[in-house]
Design a protein around this ligand. Structure first.
Ligand SMILES: Nc1ncnc2c1ncn2[C@@H]1O[C@H](COP(=O)(O)OP(=O)(O)O)[C@@H](O)[C@H]1O
Ligand code: SF4
Ligand SMILES: [Mg+2]
Length: 364
């Protein structure tokens, strides 16, 4: 691993071995993250984003488990660590995570301070006044008053609670902070402020960040790179600038078209028909083919490889030079929607494809 690399993930697979079958929540994920850089991970709910995040901490809950692949975190092979080693060697110190919905599980009977000092005590043996001073400094860094240290969670707003959680994640100065849907439960104004603060903190503290969200519109400002996930796959990975300007994967294209954009005055948004598949038995070939507006005959049978398209990695047959697939191109729409029921359902959804942009969003 080169010295500037913080994280290198290679062909990572994490599945949930349930009584109903094996949920293929994350397959073949590979990417790199340099020190001080950020990655935004986006995709609809159920696409494997949280599974990827938990895998990076080696904290996948049963019946989930890392099946294969590697996670190199600053020279440590994370997937090989036991639970005890992971707790001791990497969590909080090297990588910390703001869990999806974390603010809802702050313990109501303890003060903010009581909850914040725990990791300082456990990992560094810091207690008392020294611990308090460190916590107050980090509370101020996330734009809160240090006096919040003595308050109880129920006395705080949702935004304040989320800032406390973020301050706690930063306390031990990890190399990497993973934020899983950090602003999903908050209103758009608070969301924008917190995202701005995170952008500033990343610069000031020189830490790497991974932002996870189902809402692509909030990532543009904070992510150097983007990973677009669909049905357990990273379908597109590259610089945010390149992907926002010119999305290559049909799924990314549709996700982008669904973002309200006040600058370009787009008045109508797109809608992706259907829902992500059940990952116990995902569609054969390309997992996106039943919903893809560019699907070809070959997409139904063959899993696409990942191609380098001008520096962006794209998992899609459109970029294949394989003649067998290229020749199937003619058949596009009949193949994706040849099943009568699917076609009807699709037609039904088409009515919803263009929805008016809500006024509130235009005013923000
Ligand atoms: N504990 C679990 N047991 C079984 N399946 C799970 C579990 N957690 C997540 N999954 C499944 O794994 C897939 C990915 O889920 P998740 O990583 O939570 O996606 P996202 O964070 O993108 O919404 C989904 O199909 C989900 O139903
Ligand atoms: S491989 Fe085929 S179905 Fe999948 S995204 Fe590309 S064109 Fe669409
Ligand atoms: Mg999630």
């Amino acid at each position: 691993m080169d010295s500037k690399m913080v994280l290198e993930v290679d062909e990572l697979c994490t599945h949930y071995l349930t009584t109903d079958g094996e949920v293929m929540a994350l397959d073949d994920a590979s990417f790199k993250l340099h020190r001080g850089e950020s990655i935004g991970i986006a995709g609809e709910s159920g696409c494997g984003k949280s599974t990827l995040a938990f895998s990076l901490l080696n904290q996948v809950q049963p019946p989930g488990q890392i099946m294969s692949g590697s996670i190199d975190l600053d020279g440590i092979q994370v997937a090989d660590l036991t639970e005890k080693e992971a707790r001791k060697k990497i969590r909080w110190k090297k990588v910390s995570m703001v869990f999806q919905g974390a603010m809802e599980i702050m313990t109501p009977v303890y003060t903010v301070g009581h909850q914040m000092v725990e990791p300082l005590k456990y990992h560094k043996g810091i207690e008392g006044k020294k611990a308090r001073d460190i916590c107050e400094r980090y509370l101020e860094l996330v734009n809160l008053d240090g006096s919040i240290f003595d308050r109880y969670p129920h006395e705080l707003s949702g935004g304040q609670k989320q800032r406390v959680i973020i301050a706690t994640a930063l306390l031990l100065e990890p190399d990497l902070v993973i934020l899983d849907e950090p602003t999903t439960a908050l209103d758009v104004v608070v969301e924008a402020r917190i995202m701005n603060d995170l952008k500033r903190l990343r610069r000031e503290l020189d830490i790497s960040m991974i932002f996870i969200t189902h809402d692509l519109s909030i990532l543009a400002e904070v992510s150097d790179n983007l990973a677009i996930m669909y049905a357990g796959w990273i379908v597109e990975f590259g610089s945010s600038k390149d992907i926002y300007k010119d999305p290559k994967h049909p799924y990314t294209e549709k996700l982008m078209a669904a973002i309200p954009d006040i600058r370009t005055d787009i008045e109508r948004l797109e809608y992706i028909p259907g829902v992500p598949p059940n990952l116990i038995n995902p569609p054969a070939g390309c997992r996106f083919h039943p919903r893809c507006h560019k699907a070809m005959e070959g997409c139904k049978e063959l899993e696409p490889e990942t191609y380098d398209v001008g520096g962006v990695r794209v998992k899609c047959h459109l970029y294949s030079e394989d003649e067998e697939i290229a020749e199937s191109e003619e058949a596009q729409y009949e193949t994706a929607y040849d099943d009568e029921a699917a076609a009807e359902a699709y037609e039904g959804e088409l009515g919803k494809e263009e929805i008016e942009e809500p006024d509130e969003i235009m005013e923000e």
